[in-house]
Every structure is written in structure tokens, then in C-alpha cells.
Design a protein around this ligand. Structure first.
Ligand code: FES
Length: 218
């Protein structure tokens, strides 16, 4: 049986206003589109080269900067350690000429000659007299400069502060406080002069009378 309440209800339609057309749909307003330069007819300027203040490949961020600095510090440390290790493996040694050396045969020297043959290598003058030889240290007793032998003035003259020494080695002018030192001189087994720079004789101590400070030879 049909429901009597349903049969009594009539569908009521909403009355439409007459004379007003209902649009099919309402179009949402479009946002304004950006105008492309090309479309707008604006030409982009050509960039053949970067601006002068453009750092190019050196453009780094702050993080990269600290990374590069860290690696640089590491390599500097590594290089320093390597150099230090190498220097330990090859210690610096001062190669000095031997303290004793042979200075040729007595007959190679002229009487009254001051020989400068060994001055550059050993800082020694060899003086021959009528009775024999002595060896003088070519080290100024003032501050250690190397004097020059002035044969015309028959003296040694220091170029640093002007000290003068006689042929014997005695100081007579300038600030040098004492005479030049004499060195041990003897004859080697082969007959050559043998000079030992390690054994010195000081005039002020009366050591020039020591037989090793003078080689008798005639
Ligand atoms: S070092 Fe020779 S006079 Fe001073």
C-alpha cells in the first residue's frame, strides 16, 4: 500500500525570477601574467664578458672559504713537518779546513818574504827570516777581521778599524789590544812545513820563546 503522506506531498519547486538569464558559469578573474621582454619587444643586452667586479671561479661562499682555509692550514703544517724531519735527517755540519796543514817545502820561500799563499784558505801568513820561519794568525786581535799585508809599508793593516801590526806581529797602532798570535810550525816527515792552527803562542804570555813557535832553518 502506498504511503498516504507521500501521496499528499507535492514537490515544490523554487520559483525562478522571470526575465533574468542564469549564466552557465562564472569565470574567475585571471591574475595578470608577467610580460616577457621578448614578447614586450624589449631586447636583453648581450653580455660578452662578465662585469669587472665579478670574481668568477673565485666566487666562494663563507662555508667554502673556511673549508679552503682549513685545507691550506693542514698543508702548511704538513710541509713544515716534512721540512723539519728532513733537516733532522741532514744536520747542518760546518766543514772547516783541517787545523793542521802542510805548507810546502822551506826552499819554496824567499828570505824576508811574508807569504800570503795560505791566507784565504787558512788565515795564516808564513814569514821567512834568515834564521827560520814563523806562522802568524791572520785574525785581528781587536774584533777578528782579516788584516792585509802592506809590503811597501812593511806592516799588517786591519781594514776594519785601522789597527796596525809590525812584521813580527806586534801591534803598534789602532785599537787592537795585543799582538797577532803565532802558530805551531814544524817540519813534517816528508820535509814540508807543517802548521797547526790549534796550537797558539801569545806574545803577552811570553810564549813566543817556545821552540814550537819558531822553526829554525837556514
Ligand atoms: S777588527 Fe781589526 S782593528 Fe778592529
Amino acid at each position: 500500500m502506498d504511503n498516504p503522506s507521500e501521496s499528499k506531498v507535492e514537490a515544490k519547486e523554487t520559483p525562478k525570477p522571470q526575465g533574468v538569464a542564469t549564466p552557465a558559469f562564472v569565470e574567475a578573474p585571471k591574475p595578470p601574467t608577467s610580460v616577457k621582454p621578448a614578447a614586450a619587444g624589449i631586447k636583453k643586452p648581450k653580455q660578452d664578458r662578465p662585469p669587472e667586479d665579478d670574481p668568477g671561479i673565485w666566487r666562494i661562499s663563507r662555508r667554502n672559504f673556511f673549508s679552503v682555509a682549513g685545507w691550506a692550514a693542514f698543508f702548511v703544517f704538513l710541509a713544515t713537518s716534512t721540512v723539519g724531519t728532513l733537516r733532522m735527517m741532514f744536520p747542518r755540519i760546518l766543514y772547516e779546513p783541517p787545523s793542521a796543514f802542510k805548507a810546502g817545502f822551506p826552499q819554496d820561500y824567499l828570505v824576508d818574504e811574508v807569504s800570503e799563499k795560505y791566507k784565504d784558505d787558512y788565515r795564516v801568513w808564513i814569514v821567512r827570516e834568515g834564521e827560520g820561519f814563523y806562522a802568524l794568525s791572520a785574525i785581528c786581535t781587536h774584533l777578528g777581521c782579516t788584516p792585509r799585508w802592506l809590503s811597501t809599508e812593511n806592516k799588517f793593516k786591519c781594514p776594519c778599524h785601522g789597527s796596525g801590526f809590525r812584521r813580527s806581529g806586534i801591534n803598534f797602532e789602532g785599537p787592537a789590544p795585543r799582538p797577532l798570535e803565532r802558530l805551531k810550525i814544524s817540519l813534517a816527515d816528508d820535509g814540508q812545513l807543517l802548521i797547526d792552527r790549534n796550537i797558539k803562542f801569545l806574545f803577552e804570555k811570553g810564549e813566543w820563546i817556545n821552540p814550537d813557535s819558531y822553526l829554525k832553518y837556514s
